[in-house]
Design a protein around this ligand. Structure first.
Ligand code: C2G
Length: 132
């Protein structure tokens, strides 16, 4: 079984996230998603609208996702890949090159980001529409 993993916050889930998850799953047979804990989001200077538990529940409902685990720090990727027998690590290409250190443990794939949507765009657009 070819195992794939990807990491992210996945807040205010949108079609850009789904495009990423769909393509990630197409690279293997099993997709694990490590979603950032609320504490790790604080380290990433991200405040997510949905709690970790709710983001986890949402991700687990997606047909492309087989397993959801917590991402608690920047350092866990090597042990995740090794301990879970991961074959392919996938991220959007806004992270291009940032995780090449994993190449000694697995394939590293950066997929083109989906243009025109992002969680911050959703937040900004909603703010604008509600504030004239
Ligand atoms: N993404 C995408 N297209 C978009 C928006 C996001 O392909 N329009 C991808 C990102 O490239 C990322 C994934 O969706 O691979 C999740 O995006 P975020 O939740 O913003 O993840 P991020 O905060 O970048 O966290 O250790 C890695 C970090 O946890 C990544």
């Amino acid at each position: 079984m070819k195992k794939v993993i990807t990491y992210g916050t996945f807040d205010l889930l949108h079609w850009g996230h789904i495009n990423l998850l769909k393509r990630a799953k197409q690279l293997g047979d099993h997709l694990t998603v490590a979603i950032s804990s609320d504490e790790f989001n604080a380290i990433k200077n991200k405040k997510s609208y949905h709690s970790f538990e709710n983001r986890k529940m949402i991700l687990e409902s997606i047909r492309y996702v087989d397993e959801v685990i917590a991402e608690n720090d920047w350092e866990q990727k090597v042990s995740d890949v090794v301990n879970r027998d991961i074959d392919v690590f996938v991220m959007g290409d806004d992270w291009e090159g940032k995780f090449d250190f994993l190449k000694e443990h697995c394939e590293v794939v950066y997929l083109p980001r989906t243009i025109g949507i992002s969680t911050s765009k959703i937040k900004n657009d909603l703010f604008t529409v509600n504030n004239g």
